[in-house]
Design a protein around this ligand. Sequence first.
Ligand SMILES: [Zn+2]
Length: 197
Amino acid sequence: MVIFPFRNKNVCRVTKIYALKDDRYKSGKHNGIDLVSDGSRDVLAISGGSVIRNGYLPSSWGKYIVIRHKDGKSAVYAHLSESKVKLNQYVVEDENIGVMGSTGNSTGSHLHIEIQNKYYTPSDTSDIAEYLGIKNKVGKVEDVLQTELVKIKTPKGQEFAIEGINIEGSNYVKLRPVLEALGFKVGWENKTVIIEE
Ligand SMILES: [Zn+2]
């Protein structure tokens, strides 16, 4: 389970995407994603783990924290104005570990967050956007909606599966394929679904 690094995702923006090609970086690409919170500046641990770095790199990450998760991957939180953790400390998911800032090589207040597959191998990173379940796209943070097959059973014993999505505990399926599977014709006019036999 991974949570978003700011309390209110709806007031957050992506300002630089993961894997953006840029020769200023040693690996030739942006290894993380840049996020700006227009609400609370508190940075939350996206997953529990041990603090394996709590340092300062003036020409790059500024004030930064590295937390190693149980899956062996490490999350880097950079450009912080303040760190609230100690080296070797164990933090839990959702714990406030620092404050968004603009320390190090940064032109404005933001959080650079990246996932290193092994401890301190900066060129070997995972797609942090995928890790967080958000779109790797500049602008307002948007969730990636995962579709899954939802089984439909009717009183007549018909059974079939339709692609659906689950949002905050509710299942959503498209009406048209359901009705068509039941043998109806479906039309659409002025926000009205017209069902014909
Ligand atoms: Zn960045």
